[in-house]
Design a binder for this molecule. Structure first.
Ligand SMILES: Cc1cc2nc3c(=O)[nH]c(=O)nc-3n(C[C@H](O)[C@H](O)[C@H](O)COP(=O)(O)OP(=O)(O)OC[C@H]3O[C@@H](n4cnc5c(N)ncnc54)[C@H](O)[C@@H]3O)c2cc1C
Length: 406
């Protein structure tokens, strides 16, 4: 490594770093692009991603639609997605004999259902990249002719251009800060809500296909599948809210009220009418055993109980105030959120290098020439479904192209 000036050095051997190094190496003879990784393993997050299957991307091919899945970065990624988007990811892997398949919800995985397929493919593609593992970058100096990279081992590496792809770790942010960049403080995104002593705890595992979850304090709501867990709530509606309200939830220390509309497709008036009909026509049936909406049976019973309605109470004995309580439980069911839980070990953070300081046509820093960023080191995060890797491939591809002198 010493005594040679590299064309490009990439710091970080995750999805974004490896992808950018591969792209960049296309422009040079072998050995002119160096990748430095502090741990002993490359692509360790790819390995464990998607439950070991690696959710590589999402089958969403219109940039204007795709960006809607990024709570932070949606405006900035619009241009990059016209350069490299999920179809390009599919083609890139297919060109290297890796087929991706789509699941019913749009997530895309290798047909082998094994993340090692993706790792092997990326490592084969990186054959012209010099890779050094166990090399922790401690300091970077920007110089007239490029950069001096100081390693913990004491070695100094020189390069003409530099790509920082250090993910969401603080040490990587410090490297960017030392070069004059602003860091938006990292905070968690993409988590599930804790509801201590939830009255629905015994229904853990029960889900509804479509509910609307609202955080009234932040005036945000999302419609989607909702899953009851033994610690609270999970599922796409909750995960989306957690990502879009990441900052607000962090600021209130994850203590706020959420409300659930369990039957968003039926209006309150319609429900009122259905109840009135039941009171007239089903007087012998108990409320608990005669649901008026399509919900899992145990959930209906729990909501009826939550409304303070006795299990043996018949429809025709339902009082006005009980009707109102039942409507509240169906349409505005309140729960006190108190804390959060990581979603399937998928630690996604928002925060990182401030986006206005980066040129998204090239991924080059607006502050330091020949310095590029890609992946999670930027203040970009996507919701679950393959969007985070797509951001890594896209920004990595562009950074690699331009650092390579495209
Ligand atoms: C359990 C889990 C599952 C996930 N599953 C999915 C999924 O299925 N689909 C999806 O889209 N997203 C998923 N994600 C998110 C996705 O993994 C990340 O968005 C993505 O890996 C970010 O890639 P990156 O290259 O920017 O950062 P990273 O993968 O974090 O890579 C950064 C690398 O830089 C190295 N590094 C840091 N500092 C230094 C330094 N000073 N010197 C040298 N090296 C350094 C680190 O060791 C690391 O290897 C998952 C995340 C987790 C944790």
């Amino acid at each position: 490594m010493e005594n040679q000036i590299y064309k490009t050095v990439v710091i970080g051997g995750g999805a974004a770093g490896v992808f950018s190094a591969v792209k960049c190496s296309e422009y040079y003879p072998p050995g002119r692009v160096l990748l430095l990784e502090k741990s002993r393993k490359l692509l360790s997050k790819v390995k464990i991603s998607g439950g070991g299957r690696c959710n590589v991307t999402h089958s969403c091919f219109i940039p204007a639609e795709l960006v809607k899945n990024y709570p932070r970065g949606s405006r900035e990624l619009r241009g990059p997605f016209t350069q490299f988007q999920p179809q390009d990811t599919i083609d890139w892997f297919q060109h290297r004999n890796v087929e991706l398949k789509m699941e019913s919800d749009g997530r895309m995985f290798p047909t082998t259902d094994d993340s090692q397929t993706i790792i092997d493919c990326l490592m084969d593609a990186a054959e012209n990249v010099e890779i050094q593992i166990g090399q922790h970058v401690d300091k970077i100096l920007s110089e007239k002719e490029g950069f001096s990279i100081h390693l913990r081992s004491g070695e100094i590496v020189k390069t003409e251009s530099l790509i920082i792809a250090t993910g969401s770790v603080k040490a990587g942010h410090e490297l960017a800060r030392s070069l004059g960049h602003t860091i938006i403080p990292p905070i968690p995104s993409l988590f599930t809500f804790n509801i201590p002593e939830s009255p629905l705890e015994h229904l853990s595992g029960v889900s509804v296909e479509e509910a609307v979850v609202t955080l009234p304090e932040f005036k945000r709501e999302y419609k989607g599948p909702l899953l009851i867990t033994h610690w609270g709530f999970s599922g796409p509606a909750v995960l989306k809210l957690s990502a879009y309200c990441a900052k607000e939830l962090f600021n209130c220390d994850y203590q706020t009220i959420m409300k659930v509309d369990w039957v968003p497709h039926i209006s309150e008036d319609k429900l009122r009418q259905k109840i009135a009909e039941r009171k007239q026509n089903s007087e012998k049936k108990t409320v608990s055993n005669d649901p008026i909406v399509h919900l899992p049976r145990q959930l209906w019973k729990a909501l009826v109980q939550q409304a303070g309605i006795d299990g043996i109470l018949r429809w025709n004995h339902l009082s006005k105030s009980q009707v109102e309580k039942l409507l509240t439980c169906l349409k505005h069911d309140p729960y006190q959120i108190s804390g959060k839980t990581t979603y399937k070990q998928e630690f996604v953070t928002c925060g990182g290098v401030k986006l206005s300081e980066v040129n998204f046509k090239t991924m080059e820093s607006k502050r330091v020439p020949n310095l590029y960023f890609c992946g999670e080191v930027l203040d970009i995060d996507g919701i679950t479904g393959g969007f985070n890797f797509q951001a890594a491939w896209t920004t990595g591809w562009i950074a690699g192209s331009h650092a390579g002198g495209w």
